[in-house]
Design a protein. Structure first.
Length: 249
């Protein structure tokens, strides 16, 4: 019996080319689809990070307003204390005790950095396409670092101030002055003495040293008060940019 083998008709070159184009298109479209999916995921992460940074900035702005208000009162008290120390009246010491104690309390700005920290730890800055946003975030953090440096210096100056207080004022009087240690309002924590308590040390050289240490604290606090205003301005500018760029609520 004769067997007939049916041969395959060879494909035309155009058919091979068409199949290649279709395969290439499928692979390319898959590649672009994956890239778009990854880009969408990263964009979503970017917006979430920025939302937290936005909330941090709102907290910072609120805290800076509070600190600025506190420092306005503090500057006036320190001016009065400096005048009292420059012209001491040992028969009228109520204000001296009261102001010296109030001004020994530190009040610092605490940066809300949850979003900023997450952005750094997750490499989030690389997700941000807007160069202006990156620059302003970095500039704000640099300004916060400068504020921290001033506040660290204040801590050191206040330690020297308190040590000198211990050589001039009667600690028993300070103890009796305490009326509400938990109050957020500094003026409400202590009661002003009524009986003009005596100083334990009235030597001019000692009072002069305390005057100088008070002046150091005062000058540094003036810088902090000024820096609070500048930092708030930078925070508002950055937040405005984030709200506009990312359409935040």
């Amino acid at each position: 019996m004769e067997v007939h083998h049916h041969g395959h008709t060879p494909k035309k070159v155009s058919e091979y080319f068409t199949e290649f184009i279709m395969l290439f298109a499928a692979v390319t479209l898959g590649f672009f689809a994956e890239n778009l999916r990854e880009h969408a995921i990263e964009k979503d992460r970017e917006v979430k990070f920025i939302q937290i940074v936005h909330e941090d900035l709102l907290n910072d702005i609120k805290d800076l307003d509070t600190i600025s208000s506190i420092y306005q009162s503090r500057m006036k008290r320190e001016d009065t204390l400096l005048n009292l120390l420059s012209h001491p009246d040992y028969k009228q010491t109520n204000d001296l005790y009261y102001l010296a104690r109030l001004n020994s309390i530190r009040v610092f700005f605490h940066h809300s950095k949850n979003g900023f920290q997450q952005l750094k730890n997750a490499g989030g800055l690389r997700l941000i396409e807007n160069i202006e946003v990156i620059k302003k975030i970095q500039a704000y953090e640099n300004d916060v670092d400068k504020m921290d440096e001033l506040q660290n210096l204040t801590e050191q100056l206040l330690m020297n101030y308190r040590e000198k207080m211990a050589t001039i004022f009667d600690g028993r009087v300070f103890k009796n002055m305490m009326v509400n240690a938990s109050s957020r309002i500094i003026e409400e924590r202590f009661a002003r003495p009524l009986n003009n308590p005596a100083l334990i040390n009235k030597r001019p050289t000692e009072l002069n040293e305390f005057l100088i240490k008070t002046l150091y604290v005062h000058n540094n606090n003036l810088m902090i008060a000024s820096r609070c205003k500048d930092l708030k301005s930078v925070a508002l500018e950055l937040d405005e940019l984030l709200v506009k760029t990312y359409h935040l609520n």
